[in-house]
Each structure stands twice: as C-alpha cells, then as structure tokens.
Design a protein. Structure first.
Length: 290
C-alpha cells in the first residue's frame, strides 16, 4: 500500500474504514496484527454476548486483495479470525476468499460455546481436542466432480489425491498425508483403509474412510475396526489414540450417536461432504439445523 505524501503525519499511522483500523507498515517495527481499539464500545456477538471489535493490521504477508476481502466481512469476530488464519496458514487471496465463501468460521464455531467463539476470533483455529480437528460439512468443490449416482468411492479418492494440497487446506492445519489404500490383514482377511493421515498437533494417526451415499452403522463398525487395529499394532508409545473420520454424502446423526456410544464419540467422527459450494443462505441454514 502506498503512503499518501500529502496526508498529515497524524493520518499516516492509521486510517479508518468504518470500524476497522488499518495501520501502515512504516508505523510498525514488525509486521503484526493490531490489537483492538480500546476506545470503541463492544459489538454484540450472539444474543447478549459481547465481543471486542476486531482491528485489521497491515502485514507484509498479506496483499491488498487480502484486505479487500477482509473489509467486506461484516462480523468483526469472523473478520479477525480470517485475518489471523490467512497469516498463520499462508493463504493466498483466492484461498482466503474461498474460505470466507465456505463459511469456515461458522463451521468451526457452530458447535462451540460463546467463550470458544471468542477464542476463535482472537487466536484463529484451535485444535485442543479431537473434535476440534474435524468440520461438518467438508466442502470439496475444488474436485470438480458432479453430484451423480454414478460417483464411486474410488473416483472420489482419486480426485482427492489429485487435489491433495486443496484437500489438506480444507481439512485444516496439522494434517499430514501418510498413505492410501493401506492394507491390514487379520487371519488371512485383507482390509483396506482409504486414506491415512497424521495430525501433528494432536499427535495421532487419523484414518479416513470415504462413503458415497448415506452412512450406515456397518460403516461405523468397519472404521472402528481400523482404529482399534491401529491403536494395538501401529501406534507408537508417544502417540495419542488413533482417530477415525468417515466422509459421507449423508448421515443420520442419531445412528452415529447410538452406534458409537459414549466411549467412542471422541475417537470416531462422521462428516458430510459437499461437492459444490452451497449458497451462503443454504449453508447457513444447514449449520443452524444441526
């Protein structure tokens, strides 16, 4: 961003875009995200909860196109979250726009209490327990696949691996790819795990199973078998318990709850996938229903 040479010195360190403060690079010793303005009144977050308004600080790691996208975000909490994540995850401006369009903040915040929503806005995505690592739904419009009954699990898997970088961005920080179609043999019977990841923050393996169609209790039982095998045979002494994730086009949440029971709810998860980016209205409606 160019500094206006004709502007008074008092205007060179900051400028106001509505409720957003922009700090120019030459007013900072190091690129950083600025702290909220202390003289502004709180902005309501949800219901009667209060939130400190977010300020945008100019960082050399973000371009003017990034800031154009950030300024358009009405919620100060969401705006602060996307600003932090764009720097932490080195998002391109295009990726930032995609994450905003896919309502990433809302997808992460929908199952959180008000205090955790505030932490998201202040610190970005937090992975402190297994459920924090998984989104529902997972939006995979970057695959370019049609929503058709002819879609197979093998074609979905191949498309994900062909777009692995985009898929890892959608999964979130911490995921590292390990293997595909990993075979395990039990008394002569062979089983194949679709995708294996390791999560560097949770310090555990994550086994991902792909299902085209509605999730069944049998699918959950199969993934539970894989997770148990990994815990007994592949997990290192310093690894945390293995996690399992099923990506499916549809699921019955009650079936998931009663199939897994209370002992497995924090080890095995099921998320819907979307092959096309829904409209913001439809996506918001889906998040409110669940």
């Amino acid at each position: 961003m160019q500094r206006n040479a004709d502007a008074p010195d008092s205007d060179r360190s900051s400028a106001l875009f509505g409720r957003v403060r922009v700090i120019y690079p030459d007013a900072l010793q190091t690129p950083q995200i600025s702290q909220p303005l202390a003289d502004q009144s709180p902005i309501p977050l949800i219901g009667k909860e209060k939130a400190v308004p977010a300020a945008i600080g100019i960082s050399t790691e973000l371009s003017w196109r990034h800031y154009q996208a950030l300024i358009r975000i009405e919620s100060p909490e969401a705006r602060s979250f996307y600003e932090i994540e764009a720097v932490k995850s080195a998002w391109s401006a295009r990726e930032l726009e995609r994450q905003v369009a896919s309502l990433l903040f809302e997808r992460l915040a929908r199952s959180s209490d008000k205090q955790r929503v505030m932490k998201l806005a202040a610190e970005g995505q937090l992975v402190e327990k297994p459920s924090d690592a998984f989104k529902d739904p997972v939006v995979m419009e970057f695959l370019g696949l049609p929503e058709t009954p002819a879609l197979t699990e093998s074609s979905l898997e191949s498309a994900l691996l062909s777009n692995l970088q985009s898929f890892l961005l959608e999964l979130g920080s911490g995921f590292a790819f390990v293997a595909r179609q990993q075979r395990i043999t039990l008394d002569g019977d062979h089983f194949y795990i679709d995708l294996v990841f390791y999560h560097s923050v949770l310090k555990c393996f994550v086994l991902l199973d792909l299902k085209v169609g509605k999730l069944t209790h049998g699918d959950l039982g199969q993934l539970q078998l894989y997770v148990n095998f990994y815990d007994l045979e592949r997990r290192a002494p310093d690894d945390n318990p293995t996690l399992g994730l099923i990506l499916c086009s549809d699921k019955n949440d009650a079936v998931v709850k009663y199939t897994l029971g209370p002992n497995q709810e924090e080890k095995i998860f099921a998320s819907r996938y979307k092959l096309h980016l829904p409209s913001e209205e439809n996506l918001r409606a889906q998040l409110q229903v669940r």
